[in-house]
Design a protein around this ligand. Structure first.
Ligand code: SF4
Ligand code: ZN
Length: 727
């Protein structure tokens, strides 16, 4: 081990502790000893101090003890030319530094929280649970605490993209003479924030405590470690969280000191400059500090040093691919071209074929390619996927089809939304300039279906239509298939089964979202019904569709089962505690963002309106679909509003506790037309008892405000007006 780092880290620790002491005195003077000290919305106080010592810092005065603890840990500074051949002193100096860092950041939160347009500061417990669970289930192996700056902004971006491809979170802190890697990334328009997993914590090196504090909280929250049980907390991190420090450019004493803090967790530091190394292993799995690695090789080196095993499918596209890119949004200004989104027709359709009928990897674009259109263009789109495999079944078609959404989104610079015939997808200018072709949609679908569903998929053929005639022709065929799938559950009732199915596929966008799919209520995207949930579970028993045993029912009208509540609570990371299946007014299901329609309560009319995604105009609840979608989506529970699949409208369980279908007072004309046949059939049912009911539902021609439609409803004698108050 190197004597210089030991000396450097220890000297750095002394300086950081002195700085903490200075800020502490200043804070006592300015805010008083009894002022509250807290990171936002957390039950873990200053988490490193709390985790390692059990000491709770709640007030400024509580920091005095923390400061004492830090000072006690400071080892003697080795005399020039002397050093001890073991790591203990360096490790102690590291912990002292982390305590000091938390005191420094804690002081900032007292007077002036270290948060602005660029810096996010500490993550609250909601984020910690949502993201921390990814460390536990392996969705994200861990994080990179990134500090310093790259040689160029482009290089900074390249390094970050490589980290994201390995599904790691990138957490940034520290600067080099005032310049930060966060600024470098902003210069190349990289989107930052929790959604893209690139999180700028803070400009000062002390903000590194947000990374290590997160890890400490994860050990307490997911690892069952008790506060104060430092050995369990550090061991959990070493064994379960794949994290490391990546230091770019000059590593000064202060950075050494924080690196020494990270080594305690088993997190090594990898640097690109010539800095003293600590190679013998001991605390970390392999080396502790490795230096002088070229920027272009550094991410690979980090992965090796930390002992990460990552499996990435090689997808033959000119950009990066991985779940980290799923949260990326492509604004109009950044878009090269688009398909769907009410501008052109666009759909996706998966169908099964016999093995002998298709060739694998037969990918074709029929119609214009990206090179044939100008920037800003919109083309129609039909993605027709033919799948064959020895164990493939027709029932699996819709499941594979529903994958397309998140598969396409995994490509950097490509955005996708919706399913079936309400698809909307964009190719960014960046992707276009890197050589992305429409054909690559097919490459992604081919590679991922083959990789992810090896048990059922042997061959995949993709034909992408971009000319209006073919799109129209195939859209008709696809719609017949959608219809056929929807009708398969037609005769089934919720009472006839003892198990519902969950779907958590959308948690990549909406981490707290859970769809509960019953025979009479399909997933809100409209693409997954109960039979699909069942089939998906058969294909992948550990996948996003799990059986949920109903067990005892505590409220048959509202649709409440304690066993389902428990399941939803668990899968939503504790956010959603109860769900009623048949009412929208109390604990309704969460909404991710893919809903085909939104149902909204209209208080004046004592009823509800339904608006579909395709409808762009205003609606009586005062919001157009897009605004409404922003309010309702994201995995939230919003009483009075639910996202639903179209087919649910004609289900007898459609908000049955609130009065059911008879509550509907407004629907866009086009939606009525799309569902005409099913609606006609529905009004014949006994519980409606009014064959003319459809003609009493207002639409945009009657009005787009409650005031406009109410007199009309009165004139028509709409039943909602005389029903029990809904609210
Ligand atoms: Fe699954 Fe629901 Fe998302 Fe559809 S909306 S994919 S059913 S989680
Ligand atoms: Zn969704």
């Amino acid at each position: 081990m190197s004597r210089i780092i030991a000396t450097g880290a220890i000297k750095g620790a002394y300086k950081e502790v002195a700085e903490a002491e200075r800020m502490f005195s200043e804070t006592v003077e300015a805010a008083g000893a009894t002022a509250a000290v807290e990171f936002p919305n957390t039950g873990y106080y200053l988490p490193i101090i709390y985790a390692l010592t059990g000491h709770k810092v709640e007030k400024v005065e509580d920091m005095a003890k923390a400061l004492e603890l830090a000072k006690d840990l400071l080892p003697p500074v080795p005399r020039q030319g002397h050093w001890v051949p073991y790591l203990g002193h360096t490790l102690d100096a590291g912990i002292a530094t982390l305590f000091a860092g938390e005191i420094i950041e804690g002081c900032k939160y007292v007077a002036n929280p270290p948060v602005d347009d660029m810096w996010l500061g500490a993550a609250d417990d909601v984020i910690m649970r949502e993201r921390g669970v990814e460390f536990v289930d392996g969705t994200a192996p861990g994080f990179c605490a990134l500090t310093g700056i790259a040689s160029t902004s482009e290089m900074a971006d390249q390094i970050v993209v490589e980290l994201l491809q390995k599904n790691l979170y990138v957490w940034m802190s520290g600067h080099i003479e005032g310049r930060t890697i966060t600024e470098q990334l902003m210069e190349v328009d990289r989107q930052l924030g929790w959604d893209t997993r690139i999180v700028p914590y803070g400009k000062e090196m002390s903000a590194t405590v947000y990374s290590l504090g997160f890890a400490a909280r994860a050990a307490m929250s997911f690892g069952g470690a008790q506060p104060g049980d430092f050995s369990k907390i550090l061991r959990y991190n070493k064994n379960r969280i794949f994290a490391f420090v990546l230091a770019l450019d000059y590593v000064d004493e202060q950075k050494y000191a924080y690196a020494a803090g990270a080594i305690n967790y088993g997190f090594p530091t990898i640097a690109n400059t010539k800095t003293p190394e600590i190679l013998p292993t001991g605390v970390c799995t392999y080396e502790h500090v490795v230096s002088d690695i070229e920027e272009k090789d550094i991410v690979q080196k980090c992965v090796e040093v930390r002992g990460l095993k990552i499996q990435i499918a090689e997808i033959p596209i000119p950009m990066a691919f991985g779940p980290a890119f799923e949260g990326e949004v492509i604004r109009k200004d950044d878009m090269y071209m688009q398909f769907g989104g009410n501008i052109t027709p666009a759909f996706e359709y998966v169908m099964m074929k016999e093995i002998s009928e298709i060739d694998d990897h037969d990918i074709q674009v029929v119609g214009p390619e990206i090179d044939d259109v100008e920037e800003g263009a919109a083309l129609p789109l039909g993605i027709v996927v033919e799948v064959a495999g020895r164990k493939m079944q027709e029932d699996f078609e819709s499941i594979l089809e529903r994958q397309i959404h998140h598969l396409i989104n995994g490509a950097e610079g490509i955005w996708h939304m919706g399913q079936r015939d309400i698809v909307w997808t964009r190719i960014s200018k960046k992707a276009q300039s890197k050589g992305f072709k429409i054909r690559h949609y097919g490459e992604i679908i081919h590679a991922k279906l083959i990789n992810d569903f090896p048990s059922i998929v042997d061959k995949v053929k993709v034909t992408i239509y971009t000319n209006p005639e073919d799109v129209e022709k195939w859209l008709g065929i696809a719609r017949q298939a959608y219809r056929y799938r929807d009708e398969k559950t037609a005769g089934m009732t919720d009472e006839s089964v003892d198990t519902f199915y969950s779907c958590t596929l959308c948690q990549s966008f909406a981490p707290t979202h859970v769809c509960i799919i019953s025979p009479q209520r399909l997933g809100l995207c409209g693409a997954y019904n109960w039979l699909d949930g069942k089939a998906a579970y058969e294909i992948d028993p550990t996948g996003p569709n799990q059986p949920v045993k109903k067990g005892d029912c505590t409220d048959e009208v509202k649709g409440s089962w304690p066993a389902i509540d428990e399941f939803v609570k668990d899968k939503s990371g504790g956010t959603v505690e109860s769900v009623f299946m048949y009412t929208m007014m109390e604990d309704p299901m969460t909404s991710c963002g893919c809903f085909e329609c939104i149902v909204a309560f209209l208080p004046m009319c004592n009823g509800v309106m339904i608006v579909n995604r395709e409808h762009t105009g205003e609606t009586p609840c005062g919001m157009a679909f897009s605004t409404l979608a922003n309010t309702v989506g994201g995995g939230n529970v919003t009483p009075g509003f639910i996202g639903i699949g179209k087919v649910y409208i004609t289900s007898k369980k459609f908000i049955s506790a609130d009065g059911g279908f008879k509550r509907v007072v407004w629907m866009p004309k086009a939606l009525k037309e799309t569902l005409a046949e099913q609606l006609e059939k529905r009004v014949q049912d006994e519980d409606i008892g009014d064959p003319d009911f459809i003609s009493k539902i207002a639409d945009e021609e009657v009005g787009t405000t409650e005031e406009e439609i109410l007199p009309w409803l009165e004139e028509k004698g709409h039943p909602a007006l005389t029903m029990d108050p809904m609210f």
